[in-house]
Design a protein around this ligand. Sequence first.
Ligand code: ACO
Length: 174
Amino acid sequence: MPSFTPDSELDLLFSPSLIPGNVKSQLGADLHMRPLAKTDHSRSHLSVLAVLTSTPDLTVEQYTQAFETLRSCPNTYYTVVIVSRETDTVVGVGSIFMEQKFTRNLGRVGHIEDIAVDKSMQGRKLGLRVIQALTGISEATGCYKTILNCSDENIPFYKKCGFEKKENEMARYH
Ligand code: ACO
């Protein structure tokens, strides 16, 4: 079984100091929260996302290229992962991207996307911790609000995370 890889040995998407310390400290001692790493393809990142939606496997090259695309946009994309210290695999994940507006005195809005917790780890407040970390990053980077879309069945979860229902989602698939 692979041993746990510390942040100092990883190529990360953003500075780990942006993740609120009080959120990290509330995880179990068996878990660690950090920014997505360039090598998380090998730590089951995509398997965790598969609990959310269709997630066909990618080659390492495709994964690395997507990671570099995110990283090439400064102050915009933040993905956090929760890693099991025992297995060095990803067990929870979530992302936020920041939108620059012309309105609201050049305000910024945080958009939360792709929250997923491995089935075996659901119910341990990991989803809540991921949302707390992402909203903390949103606030710390100057966003005046954080928004997301979800299914009716996930509304109670997001209410527990402090969100309220506003307006409607529209979609057009291509
Ligand atoms: N209905 C009612 N309450 C819920 C639900 C639900 N579906 N899910 C969680 N809760 C409650 C929990 O009971 C807990 O309440 P408590 O504080 O009173 O004990 C609280 O919400 C926090 O729950 P967590 O333990 O943090 O939830 P978990 O770690 O299981 O993560 C998640 C929740 C992310 C929805 C997980 O079940 C999951 O991965 N589901 C499949 C993928 C998914 O639907 N992701 C969200 C898509 S929406 C988006 O990405 C923007």
